[in-house]
Design a protein around this ligand. Structure first.
Ligand code: FES
Ligand SMILES: [Fe+2]
Length: 456
């Protein structure tokens, strides 16, 4: 069964660059180790990257009601995100304009922000409202309009709240680029429910986390169990590089599909939920579709153009559409293939129709290059009535290592600090990338551009 597809943004994969098309001379394939270990480098990153870049500071669904607010911490900086009476989400520097006290920490709901120190108060849009014993105290008439909370740019995209500490930042759409916006729109990420939300500190640099999710080269070493279900073929990977960001796709195929007969291939698909739990919901329809290709003796054979992979895609499209998700803007391949997105500087996402997982990393507030925080979130598209039952509470892990992730993520979690131990060795001056790590090479070229001060 084939689906007729009008032009869809996801078709870029068909014409996307493979490893053989990439000019590796464009990228530095040796990455100096001091960017993972030097305190001076942390300072440079703070000033040249973090204080001037759009970054995901939360999910729109975290602030559903007027007055809902949360703190966003970045290194030694603290910001407040709050939904105003006009329903708009704004960002403010978390400092009272009187003597600088932090207004709040954590999250909550408020009609106004009341500074606990001397009780100055601010509206949800940052306007200074009340000054304790104002008449008796102010030296000259107070310019209340000029004493609003300091605002920072905040914009929302794909259900994420982006914040930029730079008051003169260019618009988020310009930073993301139109192509990125168009490619992500058909997934309807903004409608997805958060089903996992965990953060904890890690003993490695924040870029060790980013690097670890920018390549599949470590699957054989760290995630051998994935080799049973996924075919790893670097020749089939496709890449797209944007000014700051990138997307890569390794077409999903059950390992050994070409070697095995129809029954074994179907069995491979049926085993997928052990590694990809959300496939479970699609399997009953998949098996119905498979049954149509059995003859009267029960023998399975597929005509040209039909394979378990294509039937899985058909079943996924039908099931998601039946649940109410509009997948008309996604290609058949996007029903089964994960696309790996890197949004500079600290956002990695793997996404396919109906689900996504993101990994974000942040430098540690101590300024210690050997420590970071990671934040994992998984999203699923669910019918309205099921969203409440599946929505996850945010978990902050106090005792590092005590939270158990799903197997592949647990393996990454345990691996990353070991790389940091090696990187700390003074004698090791650089890492050497291979072709399959081209996304890391592109990513560090963006890091370099920011540090050279030429990016805005
Ligand atoms: S520091 Fe906020 S009221 Fe004084
Ligand atoms: Fe991994």
């Amino acid at each position: 069964m084939t689906t007729t597809q009008p032009t869809r943004p996801g078709e870029w994969v068909d014409s996307g660059m493979g490893l053989a098309d990439i000019d590796f001379g464009r990228y530095r394939m040796d990455i100096p180790t001091d960017r993972y270990t030097s305190a001076a480098y942390v300072e440079r990153e703070r000033d040249h990257i973090w204080m001037r870049v759009w970054q995901v500071a939360g999910r729109v669904s975290e602030l559903p009601a007027v007055g809902d607010w949360k703190e966003y911490r970045l290194l030694d900086q603290s910001f407040i995100l709050v939904r105003g009476k006009d329903y708009k989400i704004r960002g403010f520097v978390n400092a009272c304009r009187h003597r600088g006290n932090a207004l709040c920490s954590g999250k909550g709901n408020a009609r106004r922000f009341l500074c606990p120190y001397h009780l100055w108060s601010y509206d949800l849009d940052g306007q200074l409202r009340g000054v304790l014993r104002e008449k008796e105290n102010v030296v000259t008439p107070l310019d209340k309009a000029g004493m609003s909370l300091l605002e920072v740019p905040v914009e929302c995209f794909a259900g994420f709240i982006f914040l930029n500490p730079d008051p003169d930042a260019k618009p988020l759409a310009e930073f993301l680029g139109q192509e990125v916006v168009d490619l992500l729109a058909p997934y309807h990420l903004d409608e997805m429910t958060t089903v996992l939300d965990v953060r904890e500190s890690l003993n490695c640099n924040w870029k060790v986390v980013m690097d670890a999710f920018e390549e599949g080269y470590h699957i054989s070493g760290i995630h051998p169990q994935l080799l049973r279900v996924i075919l790893i073929d670097p020749a089939k990977s496709r890449y797209r590089f944007f000014e700051n960001h990138s997307v890569a796709c390794a077409p999903f195929e059950v390992a050994g599909a070409s070697k095995y007969g129809p029954e074994e291939q179907v069995e491979g698909i049926l085993e997928l939920p052990e590694t990809f739990p959300s496939v479970q919901a699609v399997l009953p329809r998949f098996q119905e579709l498979v049954a149509a290709y059995r003859d009267s003796d029960g023998v399975l054979s597929f005509p040209d153009g039909v394979a378990p992979r294509t039937l899985l895609q058909t079943a996924t499209r039908e099931v998601l559409t039946g649940m109410g998700l509009d997948v008309s803007g996604l290609t058949d391949a996007q029903m089964s293939d994960n696309h790996g997105w890197v949004l500079f500087p600290n956002f990695f996402m793997t996404i396919r129709a109906g689900e996504a997982t993101i990994i974000m990393s942040l430098p540690h507030e101590d300024g210690d290059p050997h420590k970071s925080h990671w934040h994992i979130m998984s999203f699923m598209w669910l019918p309205e009535e099921a969203r409440g039952a599946f929505a996850a509470e945010a978990v902050v892990v106090d005792e590092p290592g005590s939270f158990k992730y799903f197997l592949a993520l647990q393996q990454d979690y345990e691996q990353m600090p070991k790389q940091q131990i090696g990187l700390r060795n003074t004698a090791l001056k650089a890492m050497s990338l291979v072709k399959e790590e081209v996304v890391i090479a592109h990513y560090h070229s963006v890091v370099d551009r920011y540090l050279e001060n030429s990016a805005g």
